[in-house]
Structure formats: C-alpha cells, structure tokens
Design a protein. Structure first.
Lengths: 336, 336
DNA sequence: AATAGTAGCGAGAACGTTATCGAAACTAGA
DNA sequence: TCTAGTTTCGATAACGTTCTCGCTACTATT
C-alpha cells in the first residue's frame, strides 16, 4: 500500500470547496445543495475515492465490523451458520471477522481478550466444549460490547442468545424411535457442561419416563464420528444391549452406523439410529440416517440480526430465541 | 460502546508523563528507560488498556487485517483452506475478514470493489465459476494492494497464486484406473473456464493418449453431487458405456456412486470411480471412494504466508506455488 | 574544566474523517 | 430599505495514535 489513495481533501481541492462540504455531500445529505452534491459524487467516482474506515471509525467510534468466534468451520452445521451470518451482515453493510478457537478454551479466551474493543462493533460467539470460566466474555459486557451467543451458550451470562429447540428436538427423536417399535434405547450424549447436551439428554430421559421405559445407557463424549464409534462399541460389549440409539449429533450417529455395519448388525432392522443436525452425509450413508434437522442457516441469520439490533440501539432488550427443529425419517429407523 | 475506553492519554495523565513516552513504551522500545516502560505496562494492564486499531491504522496506514474472498465455506475443501489461513494469520497477528461470494460473479465484483483499500492490508481470493472479467482484481493491483489467489486462479493476472498440482493429480488418477484394468474411461469435468478443470481434464486426456486409449466421454458441469448424478445418467444412457469414471471432485463422484447404486450397477467391480479432494464422506460412502487427496490445509497456510510476505515487503517477488497431491485407494476402484 | 555525545523525554504535527459553530448569501416579510 | 429567517458552506476542533523534532540532563572524553 505505497500508493496514496484519494481522500476527501483531494476532492475538495479539485473542486475548490471545503472538506466539510465534501464530507456532507458524501453522506445522506443535509445542508448541501443538490448541485454540489452531484458534483462531489461525480468527481469522487472519477477519482476512485474509497472512504477510509480507520478515520471514520476513529471519529464515530464504530467500525462496521462484527466478530464471529466459533470452535471450527469444518463441519456442516458451523459452516452453514456462518453462511447465514455472513449473508445478513453483508445485507446490512457489516463486515465479518472470523476467529476459530479450535475448541480450545485457551484460544477462546486469548482471542476474545485480544480482540481490541475498538476494532469491532459487536461479537457473535459459540463457546468451546471446554469453556467453564466466562470472565473473558463478562469483561466485554462490562465494556458495553454487544454480544450474542448461538448454539453453544453459557448458562450464567445475561445476554442475548439464539439456539435451536434442543429439548423438543430430543423429545421428538425419542418419540419417533418408540413409535417405530424400539424400546431399549441408549443415548450417545455430547460433552459434559454444554447446555445443548443437557437439553437433548433431558428430552431423551423425559420421553422415556413418559412411556415408562428405562434408559439403556448414556455415554458422554466429544462430537466426532470417532467418538460415536468408540461409544457404540462399549455400548454393545455389555449386556443387555440396546435396540436403538439416539445420538446427540449426526457425526456420532454415522460413526455408530459404521461400527455396526462392520460388525454385521443390521441398522434399522436390528437397531434403530437417529441423529441430530441433518448433515448432508446423513442421506449419503447407507442405510441413510434419520435425524432432527437444525435450522443452521436461520440461526446464523437471526443471531446476526439480533446482534446488529443491539449495536444500533444500546437499549435493545436481551432476547433468548429458540428456533424449531424438524424430524426427518430415513432408513436407519425403519424396520423392514 | 458508550463507555469510554482507556487511551494512552489516560495512562499518560495517570503517570504524569507525555503520551509520546507512553506510546514508545508500549511498542518494542527505544528511547525509553526500563523503569518507565515497566511502569507504563503495569498501569496499562491495571487500567485495562486496549490499543485503538482505528487510530494506529490511520497513522500507519495499515490495519492488521486480511480479506478472504471465497465462493462458499459449506464444503470440506474450502472450510479446511480457511482453517489453514486463519491459523497462520493468527500466528502472525493478522485478523481475517470473510467474504462469501456464493459463486456469483456479481457478488464477487461487488464485494471486491466495495472492499475499501483502507480496511485491509491484503486480499486472498478464490474466484467463482462464472468470473470471466477480472477488472475488479486488476484495480486492486493497480492500487498496490497485495493479492494472492488460491485453488481457482485466473489465467491472465500477474500475481502470486497457490494451487494443488491438478495436472499430475489427474494423471495419477487415470493411471490408477488403467492399472486396475479399466480401459473405457469417462471424465466428469468441472465448469468451463476454470483453470483447474482444464488442468485435470488435460491430465486425463494425456494419460489416455499415452496408453493409446480413447476417451469415453467428457461432460462439463458444476461441482455438486446433483451434477454428478445427472452427468453419469446421461453417460450411461448412450452406447458404448464406460467402465470407469474419473471425476473432477469427490462430490460429483459421490453423486455418481449414488446413481449407479440405485441402478444396480456394481461400483468397483463393474465400473470404477475415482474422485479428487479426499472429502471425509468419501470414506463413509459405500463402496468407499478412491480419490486424489488435496492438501487443503497447507494451501490455506501457504497462501496466507505468501500474502503476508507481500504485505510486509512490497518488492517480494510474485510466486506460483503448486502443492503435491496424493493417491488414496479405496473400494470404488477395486475389482473383487 | 570544557566539550561532545547519548539517553530519555515532551511538544506538536500528522493521518482522514465527522461535528460544531458561525459566516456569508440569499429570500421573504414589513 | 431594513430586518429576520433560511440555505449553503467554511474554519476548526476533535478522535487516538505515531513520528519528527528538539530540549534537557547525564556520561565520557580530552
């Protein structure tokens, strides 16, 4: 960037008017005649003028940028959420800065702490599996930084958040398994501490109780297909064995299917499996995976929408939004 | 952001010294005693000081930000590339701004044009399938904006770019099919105009010629599994039918497998299929998909590395880097 | 003891923009 | 013709940094 860019000073000199007038003409105008306005806009175009965001940000103390802090983007859910965020932000003329925490609490606090308050107008965050201390987020709130959480939300912080309806989704999933004739149902749960693993687990437990069924095991672990593989293997090494599995997400369910397939256990007929997410691979795997579809794109859009409302109006009230999920039936929960 | 943040003025007033000294003490120091430096750093920590990037950016005319312009992030390759970019950028204390073009040339030019030169130090781009006019990129180069392309690169612009070795990868893929005993090989190609579809297609053509084989059809279309589905269906409606397929990417290959499976054609035994990417679903689908693995993460890292070198040294020479690929053999190219 | 050199610091301009205040020029009312 | 009001604009001070000078006080050299 050695070449000097054209500034409003250059335009002012070119036209023989003051910088103040040029500045006024640029924005939605008052106090400036239609003619000079047109003149300014024309020469600005000719001189290829671009506003200097550092300068405007300095004086208005607001950059049109929002930060997104997220564990990863290499899976369907997160990448779709980000797509939703991005699209809404661009519509509203905000730019998004991306920070990957790699599901490490250390990186999360580091990133959030070093996130200079002056460089973004607000923050959209999805916490890691490990995060137990939220002081880095609380510091931001104390400095009046708008902050909204999505998907993985902390229990203790009072700010806006948007999630899918995890509890009802889990209820629907277990209900579906039961209605298909499965009765010995186990649950592949998510990592401890996360709100969504609690919700989905509780939905599972409550609908079992409602039908006077008992759980055939709950195993907590990470979100990967490898985790699902391991967990289903320990589940099937002990007696009595389950005849159905509700998995906290699709990736673990897919790991489970892979393991069962290798051990010649017929998925669907012998043991039913349902996941959560509606990852595209869930309809590619065979047998295809029944699942609870999450509105990932909408979660991205609405959380961004709420954040921008908070940014534009400090008094905007804290909101907790829960978006509906949808049952998608495929082969993995079908008997013959 | 109503609450006023602490500035170096506040620190200066607190300590009874000048802002200049505080500013010097903050950075890697010269002209400041060890004691005042320690003092400044201490009170800066106590007062929770964060540098104002707008101010530093304004005077140094450099934000520590880079922009990434990419068609989408909802697939394995792109999301992994971004992860690589992100990690290297964070190591070097750069922040990344994300712009999704949704594979639309209109959005690409819009985003790139409106990208204020003052808001980022450099640009990392992967063009859309549609892009034929590159003037929006050329304008940036004329303004001395560092710019490096990755994966999908334009043919006509003289700037740094990093790609995988598409040509050799395609050669290895077709070579593998031939060595497995397939001889009637078709190619599911990418969209016209893209450099990588040309390279992979040429690798396919050249190794066929080398073995005195003729092509059993080349069909150009998009990158989705739906495209693969459609193309393989038209391929198998006309005679003579191929006994193997080299697909420009894994998603199309997966679409092809799905179609063949539905039509009871044995993938592997009857017709061999090989893809390109090493998408995780390629080992989940059954039969599992042989493929050419792309170094997505490394492409992200090295393109970011080169961009930052360009940013830090205007005279850094233009580079064209080609990273090696790797053949991964699975079930889809195995005969009994 | 006189001079030169250096370490440490302060004053003030600059970066590009917006905001405040007031000045000119014009219009309208009497 | 004078006054009051309005429209359009210019000067100038901010915003929070960095950077260029230059000044002081101390150390080293002769």
């Amino acid at each position: 960037m050695t070449k000097r860019l054209t500034t409003i000073k250059d335009i002012a000199r070119e036209l023989g008017i003051s910088v103040a007038t040029v500045s006024r003409a640029m924005r939605d105008t008052y106090d400036v005649s239609a003619e000079t306005r047109r003149l300014v806009l024309d020469t600005a175009g000719k001189m290829n003028y671009r506003p200097n965001f550092n300068a405007t940000g300095l004086v208005k103390s607001g950059t049109h940028k929002i930060a997104v802090v997220i564990p990863a983007i290499t899976n369907y859910y997160f990448s779709t959420v980000i797509t939703g965020i991005q699209e809404y932000a661009l519509e509203k003329n905000y730019q998004v800065m991306l920070y990957l925490t790699n599901d490490s609490a250390y990186w999360e606090t580091k990133v959030v702490r070093e996130l200079s308050l002056s460089s973004v107008d607000g923050l959209l965050a999805c916490i890691t599996c490990e995060t137990v201390d939220f002081s880095h987020f609380e510091e931001l709130l104390e400095a009046d930084m708008p902050l909204v959480f999505f998907d993985r939300v902390p229990h203790s912080i009072k700010t806006s958040m948007v999630v899918q309806d995890d509890y009802t989704g889990a209820c629907v999933a277990t209900e579906h398994l039961i209605s298909q004739g499965y009765s010995k149902i186990a649950h592949l749960a998510g990592p401890y501490g996360l709100n969504l693993t609690q919700q989905r687990r509780q939905g599972y437990i409550d609908t079992l109780k409602k039908h006077n069924l008992e759980s055939y095991g709950i195993i907590h672990s990470g979100f990967s297909d490898e985790n699902g593989r391991e967990d289903v293997s320990t589940l099937f090494q002990s007696d009595p064995k389950p005849d159905a599995i509700f998995s906290v997400n699709d990736r673990k369910a897919i790991g489970a299917i892979l393991w069962l397939r290798e051990h010649h256990i017929a998925v669907g007929n012998e043991v039913g499996i349902i996941g959560f997410t509606n990852d595209p691979t869930s309809k590619i795997i065979s047998p295809s995976l029944s699942t609870i579809a999450e509105p990932a794109y909408e979660i991205g859009r609405t959380s961004c929408e709420i954040l921008i409302k908070h940014i534009q109006k400090q008094t905007y009230p804290t909101q907790e939004i829960s978006l509906p999920t949808e049952l998608i039936v495929r082969e993995s929960t079908r008997r013959e």
